[in-house]
Design a protein around this ligand. Structure first.
Ligand code: SAM
Length: 237
């Protein structure tokens, strides 16, 4: 029997019975069709993990028996990805892959050349959708720490909190980062950064980052940038 891995945001620190959310009930009872005794690995996205078994599967709810709990150290990549909004399916893909690579936070950016930014009245729905993507990516990849998402930020309002930062831009030469400190990685939209935005970034001491001799799509650039940074931060050793 394969252990099912589930995100449980109200995971208790103690052992005992827990009634699962409707989402998890649906997944276990309708998708996996589990029975009593099925082994589970639970996590709350903040490092708390648990082993459990299914105790009852009823029509409207599934109850589990938590048997052990533990705290997992935060091993996220110390990078905040500021990714300009691009077509939804591509942005979703980048979110999923950035989560698999362990990014700490993803800030969707609206920059000068962003096409059709989300309307305010659709933002809440969009944010819930993005959260579901990162939850699924953590469930699948065995990662016990969810990245934070948001808020959606206009390029000119981007606050770097005194952290070092790089922006990926075709045709530049990379400057080195201090791998003992966290950083921001800023990626432009399909139309790239406007020259005024490049100038503003340089004024804020944001360092340029090269991603090779070809022009990458924004979602590819995000992944390549994160992978290079993950190597600098020793995540592949
Ligand atoms: N014509 C646009 C330009 O010249 O900036 C192309 C934009 S590219 C499709 C989208 C984003 O991916 C860029 O703004 C940049 O952040 C990143 N990017 C793509 N290829 C890159 C490269 N070779 N080096 C650095 N960044 C790159």
């Amino acid at each position: 029997m394969r252990t099912a891995r589930l995100f449980v945001d109200n995971l208790p620190e103690t052992t005992g019975e827990l009634v699962l959310s409707e989402r998890n009930h649906h997944y276990l009872s309708r998708v996996l069709r589990v029975r009593t005794g099925h082994p589970l690995a639970l996590f709350n996205g903040q490092g708390l993990t648990a082993t459990a078994v299914v105790s009852t599967v009823e029509k409207r709810q599934t109850t589990v028996d938590i048997q052990t709990t533990a705290l997992d150290e935060d091993n996220r990549l110390p990078v905040t990805l500021a990714l300009s909004l691009i077509k939804s399916d591509r942005f979703d893909w980048a979110l999923q892959k950035a989560t698999e690579l362990g990014v700490s936070r993803i800030v969707p950016i609206i920059s000068r050349f962003t096409d059709s930014p989300p309307k305010n009245d659709r933002l809440e729905k969009k944010e819930a959708h993005w959260r579901e993507i990162v939850v699924n990516a953590c469930e699948q990849s065995g990662h016990n720490w969810l990245p934070e998402i948001g808020p959606v930020t206009h390029f000119e309002d981007l606050e770097l909190d005194g952290k070092q930062a790089v922006f990926a831009h075709p045709g530049v030469t990379s400057s080195p980062l201090d791998p003992s400190e966290p950083c921001w990685l800023i990626i432009g939209p399909e139309g790239g950064f406007h020259p005024d935005e490049v100038e503003a970034l340089m004024k804020k001491q944001v360092k340029p980052m090269a991603l090779g001799p070809r022009i990458l799509r924004a979602e590819t650039a995000a992944l390549v940038g994160l992978t290079l940074l993950a190597k600098d931060y020793g995540q592949f050793s």
